[in-house]
Design a protein around this ligand. Structure first.
Ligand code: ASP
Length: 446
């Protein structure tokens, strides 16, 4: 059985077990199984993914820049992906607002009994600040705190200098290529635990989220999920077909593991290792493009999150009976696009961005309390949309720049994880052990 199949089974089993625990509502299960065991395994699994992100981005990006070699091509990849990311996000939220206007969720909503929940608005950083912050003052700090745009900036700068130094850089590039391989191997090791990790994450979420949370805001949830699916299956796939000519069905099938990871973790950032693996090994985007566009997209491209902002603003405007008008909605589009550039893809960040948007157009922030209860599940779906958007843009740019391997795309078995990925090369192990015996390390003098 393929690993994707196993993960899918883990996910479905998680839904069933989680929903059953939620219905049973037994204190022991809630406290020790859900809050204890599931939470522990789930957190360990997400942490294991996150620990890979920074070194993987660093080494693969160095290899990517060195692989491109040509600095002009690097500029083109950067420019095109940035333009497409902004474009897709703007289209996503524009369509979401139109759809929400048509459906009209929140009209006639009774606000009685809704607690404000002590939510406070966050000030949006200015565009200038967002761009100025891309340049780190201290790379170690940027790496330690996982500031993705700063890490990308520093690594690309380093990569460019390495390329400029020419032959002198060969040993360094070889070392980075080797480290990149090692990191990808660790991804395989972590992936082997994925069916269990995904099971625990999903079971915990479904055990905690009762179905009754959804009833009062059904219209919001329905419109949002509709808009997310419209973007995922129609807008993005039309764009992929038009700009790259590739088959959308094959693309979707190959993206499934990354989508499941995004759904389970609700974090584009934590999913970077899996998205990178899917895009390079299953879809055929060369590392020279993917190593840049995937981490870049995880930070600046959030189509699903922007869709949520659009639907939520229309919903809250209806609930409060406030007319935003064309200028109001244009402001929402601009704010959501800008906010997505500066914010990292981590769970729940969409709500923080929503406070900025609401603040800007003068809608009451307390309204967020209405949608808070259902946000985790919505976050999971929109994160899967976010990373699919990253992969679509990455594929289009790779295709445009001739950095695409059609044979990989056409091979249905390319990049499928098997148990062999975890095989140990016993002959090599013997050799290394023999070498260690022949050259014993000097013992420290006592
Ligand atoms: N969790 C989302 C992501 O990581 C961001 C959000 O919508 O909250 O892409």
């Amino acid at each position: 059985m393929s690993l994707t199949m196993k993960i899918l089974i883990g996910m479905l089993a998680g839904v069933v077990v989680g929903a059953a625990i939620n219905t049973a509502d037994v204190a022991f299960l809630n406290e020790y199984v859900v809050g204890g065991f599931f939470a522990m395994i789930g957190t360990m699994f997400v942490n294991a993914l996150k620990l890979l992100v920074v070194p993987l981005v660093f080494f693969s990006l160095i290899c990517g820049v060195a692989g491109i070699g040509d600095i002009r091509l690097l500029g083109r990849v950067g420019g095109k992906s940035f333009g497409l990311y902004i474009f897709t996000t703007a289209v996503a939220i524009g369509v979401a607002i139109l759809l929400a206007q048509l459906v009209g969720p929140g009209q006639g909503f009774d606000m009685q009994g809704v607690e404000a929940g002590g939510i406070s608005a966050k000030e949006a950083p200015s565009v200038w600040e967002v761009f100025a912050n891309i340049v780190p003052t201290n790379p170690i700090q940027a790496f330690a705190s996982g500031e993705m745009l700063q890490i990308i900036f520093y690594t690309v700068l380093l990569g460019v200098a390495v390329v400029m130094l020419g032959d002198q850089s060969a040993p360094f590039i070889r070392a980075c290529e080797y480290m990149n391989e090692v990191m990808m191997k660790i991804v395989s090791i972590v992936m082997a635990a994925a069916p269990y990790g995904v099971f625990c994450l999903i079971a915990k979420t479904f055990a905690e989220q009762g179905i009754d949370l959804f009833v009062p805001v059904m219209a919001y949830v329905g419109t949002l999920v509709g808009a997310l699916f419209l973007h995922l299956f129609v807008t993005l796939m039309i764009l992929l077909k038009l700009l790259s000519g590739l088959n959308p069905f094959t693309f979707m099938r190959k993206m499934r593991p990354a989508q499941i990871f995004a759904f389970s973790t609700a974090s584009s950032n934590a999913t970077i290792p899996v998205t990178l693996q899917c895009v390079t090994e299953r879809i055929g985007v060369k590392n020279s493009v993917a190593s840049f566009t995937i981490p870049f997209g995880a930070t600046i491209n959030m189509d699903g999150t922007a869709i949520m902002q659009g639907v939520a603003t229309v919903f809250l405007a209806n609930v409060y009976g406030i007319e935003l008008g064309i200028t109001g909605y244009l402001t929402v589009i601009a704010m959501a696009v800008l906010a997505s550039i500066g914010t990292a893809g981590v769970p729940g960040v969409g709500l923080v961005m929503l406070t900025m948007v609401l603040n800007q157009v003068g809608l009451p922030i307390e309204g967020i309390a209405l949608i808070l209860g259902v946000d985790r599940l919505m976050d999971m779906i929109r994160t899967a949309v976010n990373i699919t958007g990253d992969a679509v843009v990455s594929t289009i740019v790779a295709k445009m720049e001739g950095e695409f391997d059609q044979a990989v795309f056409d091979d249905p078995n390319a990049g499928i994880e098997t148990d062999h990925d975890l095989d140990i090369d016993h002959a090599a192990e013997e050799r290394l052990a023999g070498e260690a015996r022949r050259h014993p390390r000097p013992q420290p003098a006592t």
